[in-house]
Design a binder for this molecule. Structure first.
Ligand SMILES: [Zn+2]
Length: 310
């Protein structure tokens, strides 16, 4: 955890010199003026205690320093993932279990998580670009990381798999009837509402395996059930506003609460993280903690949506 100024006064050390400050009467004579309640002690909630991913960064490889720029696209999803693991023990246990099963990038995410928790931001960034995004040194020469959000999601796509089943009426259709798909890399969802409809009601269209029409493709959780969190990308064809995302939502018969979303605004990726009824903004320069967020008053595009299981 990052250290921060205390919100309560530090305790005065007791000693002989302070003895004269101890009241001699048993009963307090002090009364609050007017009807004002006593000041409430401000206790930061777990989201406000989360370390923040610094933007940019310098990485040193084989004696050469590379300065990274435009890292906001993956910083924002990394920040959401970090806050998720830091506040939801079930999500962390889930990633640990995936890591034990050698699911792609689960161990790498846990390493990044550890570095961020310990405040080793440079190390976290090095592991992110080299071992999670699998970028090579030729990419670092100009250091421009723009366009890496999709790459980040593709790398962690195997964290969330769902079963896709298609019901083709053609008995000779070569199409697999049931298959595991990974929404973060396999699905094109144009709006949050589009995502809700597709996951809950499926899609009807032409068969990908034969010439049959009106094939319904439906989705359900795998036999292990819904994971503790669910994330999907929004592939925008128009501006999609944060107002279009519902706070609580059922996906494939399981209830979820909105945890976060990333948005693209003024060529900059940012993340909004929800705790209780409060929204917090991560924009890469928020120090020392996430700042309160109401809603964007400019056009923006939602790029990923994150839910946690109720
Ligand atoms: Zn077919």
């Amino acid at each position: 955890m990052r250290s921060r100024p205390s919100t309560t006064p530090t305790t005065t050390p007791t000693g002989r010199n302070q003895s004269h400050t101890i009241p001699e009467r048993e009963h307090e004579s002090w009364r609050a003026s007017g009807n004002a309640p006593p000041p409430r002690r401000l206790v930061p909630n777990p989201i406000e205690m989360c370390n923040l991913v610094p933007s940019g960064g310098t990485i040193r490889l084989n004696g050469v320093s590379y300065v990274l720029s435009n890292t906001c696209n993956f910083d924002s999803v990394l920040q959401v993932l970090y806050c998720l693991l830091n506040t939801h023990p079930t999500a962390k246990a889930y990633i640990q279990k995936l890591s034990q099963s050698n699911v792609q990038k689960a161990a790498t995410v846990l390493t990044i998580y550890k570095h961020l928790t310990n405040g080793n931001y440079d190390a976290a960034k090095v592991v992110t670009v080299l071992n999670l995004l699998d970028l090579t040194t030729d990419k670092f020469n100009d250091g421009n990381m723009y366009g890496s959000e999709e790459r980040f999601l593709n790398k962690i796509a195997h964290f969330i798999g769902i079963v896709q089943s298609s019901s083709c009426t053609n008995a000779n259709c070569p199409l697999e009837k049931s298959d595991t798909v990974y929404p973060m890399k396999d699905m094109i969802l144009q709006t949050p509402n589009d995502a809700v409809n597709i996951f809950n009601s499926g899609v009807t269209g032409d068969c990908q395996g034969c010439s049959s029409k009106n094939v319904n493709t439906a989705y359900k959780w795998t036999s292990s059930g819904a994971p503790p969190f669910f994330v999907f990308p929004i592939t925008n064809t128009r501006d999609v506003s944060e107002k279009e995302i519902s706070f609580s939502q059922e996906f494939m018969r399981v209830s979820f609460n909105l945890f976060a979303y990333t948005v693209h605004l003024n060529d900059h990726f940012q993340a909004v993280i929800i705790w209780g009824k409060k929204k917090y903004l991560y924009n890469g320069s928020t120090e020392p903690v996430l700042s309160p967020h109401k809603q964007f008053n400019q056009d923006h595009r939602v790029s990923t949506v994150w839910y946690t299981k109720q």
